[in-house]
Design a protein. Sequence first.
Length: 242
Amino acid sequence: MKYTRYNIKKKRNLTGVIIVVIITVFALAGGTLLAKIIFKGQPSNNKPAQTVQNKNSSPQKNDNGTIKSNESNASGEKFTVSFVQCGYFGNKDNADKTKKELEGSKIKTVVINDNSKYRVIAYVGDVKGSDSMLKSLKDKSINAMRMNVEIAKVDDADNQAAEIIKGYIKLLDALNKDDVKSVKTSDFKKWASALKELSDGNNIKAVNEIKKNIKTLPDEIKKEESESIYNQIFKVVNVYKH
């Protein structure tokens, strides 16, 4: 009598493989569903983490107009100087015209020379002060923008640059008071001359040049001469802005 031989062992093995595949599929599907339930509402982010800039990288500018100095800073300390700008022109005549128009609205501005371009500046100081200035300009329907420059305090040169800017801003704050016609610079010059001599630092050359400029300041600055202080501040900031 003829008979057919079945390879029962192979058939069982095949059945086992099919069962394992089915279990795996259900396990994956269940895991995905569970993950969606647990992490519901959390957006995925496949973007690489932002790297810290090194000293050769370009400065970063974020959405609120902040320009960061191009140095990594392990301590996280930084100083921010805020500008409120009412115009940026390639022609000085246009900048002067805007300045005159703003004076008609009782807005005091100065024109700063920035690498053959001209900025009409209404404020230099801290971020809180720039908030107040922007609100005041907005109330008068005057277009303006803010530019914040961050100085990461990486070394002594950066620390001195930040303190020099603070010193200049104090002179401006005094000059901008209604009852003040002029300010003396002797204390500021004496303080700057006592600053530590620097032998190294990424921005040492520029900072030393700025310290020399302070020595040449007149002993007294009149209110109508305040534009020179704005320009000195911008010279310091330019070291970190570019």
